[in-house]
Design a binder for this molecule. Structure first.
Ligand SMILES: Nc1nc2c(c(=O)[nH]1)N[C@@H](CN(C=O)c1ccc(C(=O)N[C@@H](CCC(=O)O)C(=O)O)cc1)CN2
Ligand SMILES: NCC(=O)N[C@@H]1O[C@H](COP(=O)([O-])[O-])[C@@H](O)[C@H]1O
Length: 212
């Protein structure tokens, strides 16, 4: 792998893309070690697509509803991402579970940022679930995606306090601020230093997944 080129990163989104925006800004920094080479979404309404388009970064939309079977969607998504020849795939607010074809193609190098301290509160309503449960700390988890739901090996976690007067919006935003910082930091380290997945442990700075 060429040690001079930045790692090629494809980002998958479904919404506004503030995590994507943070990665795009970081990739402008000399020495970050990663470049976003494509952005995909499961819906045309994903506002984050415009963040890529305005930079001339290729985008695509692959919709479940455009396919008869879910497996066909998974195959199509896999093909769209593979065309971009990523070293690393990052999902941030991508609201579709990937299947066997996608994991076969990108296992070990597909990571997802989730807005809870996994294994607590998987799924799509994590901040609301945390608030309802009455936890005193919340946060975000970056993990290597597997066939489970928010169950893959954890790469990094970041913790934020839950305040007595928090509502869903204030907690969600506090988590997002910490989540974005973690994502930028860790994706950069993965890209520059490589990583190894051994069972449920992920070690950064080892050779198995050296990207360059
Ligand atoms: N195989 C996996 N794919 C994905 C994972 C994962 O852990 N394993 N994480 C997600 C992101 N995510 C949480 O961080 C998440 C996204 C979506 C869902 C979910 O239940 N999606 C439903 C449909 C929801 C909808 O379209 O409104 C589904 O895909 O059928 C759970 C967790 C990224 N992919
Ligand atoms: N489990 C799926 C899920 O809810 N993911 C969450 O969606 C948000 C996307 O924000 P963004 O579009 O501003 O980057 C992120 O906070 C991410 O943890």
């Amino acid at each position: 792998m060429n040690s001079q080129r930045p790692a090629r990163v494809v980002v998958l989104i479904s919404g506004g893309g503030s995590n994507l925006a943070a990665l795009l800004a970081a990739s402008d920094e000399p020495g970050y070690g990663a470049q976003v080479v494509g952005v995909g979404a499961d819906r045309h309404s994903a506002a984050g697509l415009a963040l890529a388009a305005e930079r001339g970064i290729p985008t695509f939309v692959e919709r479940v509803g455009d396919h008869v079977e879910r497996a066909d969607f998974d195959r199509a998504l896999t093909a769209r991402v593979a065309e971009l020849e990523p070293d690393l795939v990052v999902s941030a607010g991508f609201l579709k579970l990937v299947g066997a074809d996608f994991l076969a193609a990108f296992a070990g190098r597909y990571v997802n940022t989730h807005n809870s301290l996994l294994p607590a509160f998987p799924g799509m309503q994590a901040p609301a679930d945390a608030l309802a449960h009455g936890v005193k700390v919340a946060g975000a988890t970056l993990f290597v995606v597997d066939e489970g739901v928010d169950a893959g090996p954890i790469i990094a976690q970041t913790v934020v306090p839950v305040l007595d007067d928090d509502d869903l919006d204030t907690l969600t935003e506090r988590i997002k601020v910490a989540e974005r910082a973690q994502l930028v930091d860790v994706v950069g380290r993965l890209a520059r230093d490589g990583w190894r997945v051994r069972g449920r442990r992920v070690v950064i700075g080892t050779a198995d997944e050296a990207l360059r």
